[in-house]
Design a protein around this ligand. Structure first.
Ligand code: SF4
Length: 88
């Protein structure tokens, strides 16, 4: 499932450059994740990179966007049509 950023976000921006899908953006002093671009890092890494760098533990799975690993990989392929996944 896609991840989301909770109200615990302190707006530090540490997560934004870590996302290989450019799914994270700033919004009114906080940060948000676009569920259409978040693949839980499937395709690039073996675990969500934003979770690792967030000092506020604000990046969490979003139960409103449940997806299979196959679905996440298909999403990744659409976002990166000219690349091969490094982690599938
Ligand atoms: Fe980006 Fe990965 Fe975080 Fe999703 S889990 S927003 S793909 S860094």
């Amino acid at each position: 499932m896609a991840y989301k950023i909770t109200d615990d976000c302190i707006g530090c921006g540490a997560c934004e450059p870590e996302c290989a899908n450019e799914a994270i953006s700033e919004d009114a002093g906080s940060y948000v994740i676009d569920p259409d671009k978040c693949t839980e890092c499937v395709g690039n890494f073996d675990k969500p990179q934003c979770v690792d760098v967030c000092p506020a533990d604000a990046c969490v799975p979003d139960p409103e966007h449940e997806e299979t690993r196959e679905g996440l990989l298909a999403k990744w392929r659409k976002l990166h049509p000219n690349e091969a996944p490094s982690v599938a």
